[in-house]
Design a protein around this ligand. Structure first.
Ligand code: FAD
Ligand code: SIN
Length: 532
C-alpha cells in the first residue's frame, strides 16, 4: 500500500494544522493522526496563548519574561523572532475564526499567568485550546488539497537507511523520504512517500504516572526522529504543572489553569496556610518550576498527598463566568470552588526539548521539519513561560511553511523505497508483557526523574530502563506490530534521552533540579534547603 504527497504532516494539533493551512495552496497535503483529528494536547489547553497586543505591554517585556523563566538558556535570537511575530500570528488565528474573550469596552480581555510581567494571554474562557482546534479543523475541512487520515499511526521515518545506506548522526546529508504508517482500522502498513515531512506529534507526558497530557502524547515524533539520527536536545527539561486536580483515579490529570492564580487564587497547605511567599516574591504566580518545587517540598515536609488552591475569596459570579469548565469539573466530584479549596498536585505537563530545529523549523535531516511540542527551537531554554507553547507552534509552523513552499518543487519523491517488511513476525498474545513494562517505565520516571533528581536516582533509572529496553526491542522484532508495542518503544527511547541528558547536566537549572548540584539562592532565598 503506497501513497504519495507533497506535504506530509504527522499530527493534527495546532502545529500540524497551521502548517497544513499555509502550504495547502502549493501542493497535495496529507495529515496523519493516530486518533481522531481533534484528540490532541491542543484541545486541552486552558489558559491561552501569549502575545503582545496593547500598551503598556511591549515586545521587550515579553522577551525578558521568557528569558527569565528559561533561566537564561534560551536562544535569544529565537526568543526575539517568536515574540516579535506573536501579534501577526494571533491576528491570523482571529482571521481564521478563533474567538478570544473580550471585555466590556470591546478590547481583548488579556489574562495573566505565572512569570508574565503584563496581562498578555489571549483566551477563550478556560477552553482556549478547544476553540483554536475547532477553528483550525473547520478551515481544514474546507480545503480541497488537504486529506486527513485519522487512526493512522506513523511508525518510522523513511531515510537512506531503508535503501541499505547507513548514516551517522553527524552526517549532514540524511534525507527524509516520508514515513511508514499503520492504519489502525485495517491491517497493513502504508509506505507514504513525501517531498517534505513535518513532525507535529506533540509531547511525551505519558512516560510519567501522572500527566495532564492526553494519551496520544507518547513522544513518537521525537523517538522516530532520534532513530532516524536527527539531533535531539534539551530533553532533561520536563515541566511539571504545579496545579493538576488531585483525583488519583483519573487519567489524564485534569488541569487547574494557572490563569486561576492569575485571577487571584492562592496556594495554601491543607491547613489553610499560604506558603509560596517563602519561596518567591511573586507568591503563587512565580514561574512554574519554582511553584512546582515549592509544592513538592511542602508535600514532603507535611507528608500530605496534595496542597490546595483557594479561590473562595473571588467574586462567585466572576469565578463561574471565567472558569466554567473548572467549576463544572470540580462540582462533578463534589468540590464547589466558590466554597471549597481545590486539592492540587504537580503533574508532568510539557517537554521543553525535542527535535532540534532552526529558525525555519528545519531539523538536522533534509526535508524534515518539526514544530510544536516535539520540536526544540530554543525558545523555552530551561523552562517554558506559561502560554508560550501555542504561540511557538503558530510562529514556527508559519516559518516552516515559507521554507517548504519555496523548496517543494525541487525535491523528488524517492520511488525506490521498499515496502515494510513484516516477514517472520508473529502475533504477540501476551498484552501483559507490554502493560507491565509500561507500568515499570512510568514508575521509574516518576520516582527517579521527577521534579527533584540526583545522580544516584538517575543512575538507578537508567539501569532499570536498560532491562525494559532490551526486553521491548526483542518483543518488537518478533511481533506483528500494534500501536501498544510501538508507543512503548517510543516512550522508552524518549525516557532514555531524558535520563541521559539529565545525567550530563551537572548543575541545577530551570526545570532540572538535582540535589547533587544545589542552587543556593532562588529569589534571594535558599528555598531548597530542606528539599528531599
Ligand atoms: P498536539 O496538539 O499534542 O498534537 C499532536 C498530534 O500528533 C496529535 O494529533 C496526535 O494524534 C499526533 N500524533 C502523535 N504521534 C503520532 C504518530 N505516531 N502517528 C500519527 N499521529 C501522531 N500551552 C499553551 O501555550 N497554553 C495553554 O494554555 C496550555 N494549556 C495546556 C493544558 C493542558 C491540559 C495540556 C496538556 C497542555 C497545555 N499547553 C498549553 C501545552 C500545549 O497545549 C501543547 O504544547 C500544544 O498544544 C502542542 O501542540 P502540538 O501541535 O505540538 O501537539
Ligand atoms: C495553564 O492554563 O495553566 C496552562 C498554560 C500552559 O501550559 O502554558
Amino acid at each position: 500500500m503506497r501513497k504519495e504527497t507533497d506535504f506530509l504532516i504527522i499530527g493534527s494539533g495546532i502545529a500540524g494544522l497551521i502548517y497544513a493551512l499555509k502550504v495547502a495552496d502549493h501542493g497535495k497535503v496529507c495529515i496523519l493522526t493516530k486518533s481522531r483529528a481533534e484528540e490532541t494536547a491542543t484541545k486541552y489547553a486552558q489558559g491561552g496563548i501569549a502575545a503582545v497586543m496593547y500598551t503598556p505591554d511591549t515586545y521587550e517585556k515579553h522577551i525578558v519574561d521568557t528569558i527569565i523563566a528559561g533561566d537564561g538558556l534560551n536562544n535569544k535570537d529565537i526568543v526575539e523572532i517568536t515574540i516579535k511575530e506573536s501579534t501577526a500570528r494571533i491576528r491570523e488565528l482571529i482571521d481564521w475564526g478563533a474567538q478570544f474573550d473580550k471585555n466590556d469596552s470591546g478590547d481583548y480581555d488579556l489574562a495573566r499567568e505565572g512569570g508574565h510581567s503584563e496581562r498578555r494571554v489571549f483566551h477563550h474562557k478556560d477552553s482556549t485550546g478547544l476553540e483554536i482546534e475547532r477553528a483550525l479543523l473547520s478551515k481544514i475541512e474546507d480545503h480541497p488539497n488537504i486529506e486527513v487520515l485519522e487512526n493512522h499511526f506513523a511508525i518510522d521515518l523513511i531515510t537512506q537507511h531503508h535503501l541499505g545506506i547507513e548514516k551517522t548522526r553527524k552526517d549532514k546529508d540524511i534525507r527524509c523520504y516520508g514515513v511508514y504508517s499503520m492504519d489502525l482500522k485495517k491491517p497493513g502498513i502504508w509506505t507514504i512517500l513525501a517531498r517534505t515531512t513535518m513532525l507535529a506529534t506533540g509531547g511525551t507526558g505519558n512516560i510519567y504516572s501522572n500527566t495532564t497530557n492526553p494519551s496520544v502524547a507518547t513522544g513518537d515524533g521525537i523517538a522516530m526522529a532520534y532513530r532516524a539520527k536527527a539531533i535531539v536536545e534539551n530533553m532533561e527539561f520536563i515541566q511539571f504543572h504545579p496545579t493538576a486536580l488531585y483525583h488519583p483515579t483519573e487519567k489524564p490529570s485534569f488541569l487547574i489553569t494557572e490563569a486561576l492564580r492569575g485571577y487571584g487564587a492562592v496556594l495554601k497547605t491543607i491547613k489553610g496556610q499560604e506558603f509560596m511567599k517563602k519561596y518567591a516574591k511573586q507568591g503563587s504566580l512565580a514561574p512554574r518550576d519554582i511553584v512546582a518545587r515549592a509544592i513538592d517540598n511542602e508535600m514532603k515536609l507535611s507528608g500530605d498527598d496534595y496542597v490546595c488552591l483557594d479561590a473562595r475569596h473571588i467574586n462567585q459570579n466572576e469565578l463561574i463566568k471565567n472558569f466554567p469548565r473548572i467549576y463544572a469539573k470540580c462540582l462533578s466530584i463534589n468540590i464547589d470552588i466558590t466554597r471549597d479549596m481545590i486539592p492540587v498536585v504537580p503533574s508532568a505537563h510539557y517537554i521543553c526539548g525535542g527535535i532540534k530545529v532552526d529558525e525555519y523549523a528545519r531539523s538536522s535531516i533534509q526535508n524534515l521539519y518539526a514544530s510544536g511540542e516535539c520540536a526544540s527551537t530554543g525558545l523555552h531554554g530551561a523552562n517554558r513561560l506559561a502560554s508560550n507553547s501555542l504561540l511557538e507552534s503558530a510562529v514556527f509552523s508559519h516559518r516552516a511553511s515559507i521554507n517548504a513552499i519555496d523548496k517543494v518543487s525541487s525535491i523528488d519523491l524517492c520511488e525506490e523505497v521498499p515496502d515494510w517488511d513484516a516477514a517472520g513476525t508473529v502475533l504477540n498474545e501476551e498484552m501483559i508483557l507490554i502493560t507491565q513494562s509500561l507500568k515499570e517505565l512510568r514508575a521509574l520516571m516518576s520516582s527517579y526523574v521527577g521534579i527533584v533528581r540526583s545522580d544516584l536516582r538517575l543512575k538507578r533509572a537508567l539501569d532499570r530502563l536498560e532491562i525494559i529496553y532490551r526486553e521491548t526491542e526483542e518483543l518488537y522484532d518478533r511481533s506483528i506490530l500494534t500501536i501498544n508495542i510501538c508507543e512503548l518503544r517510543n516512550m522508552i527511547n524518549v525516557a532514555y534521552l531524558i535520563i541521559k541528558m539529565a545525567t550530563k547536566r551537572k548543575e541545577s537549572r530551570g526545570l532540572h533540579y538535582s540535589i547533587d548540584y544545589p542552587r543556593d539562592a532562588i529569589d534571594g532565598k535558599s528555598m531548597l534547603m530542606n528539599h528531599k
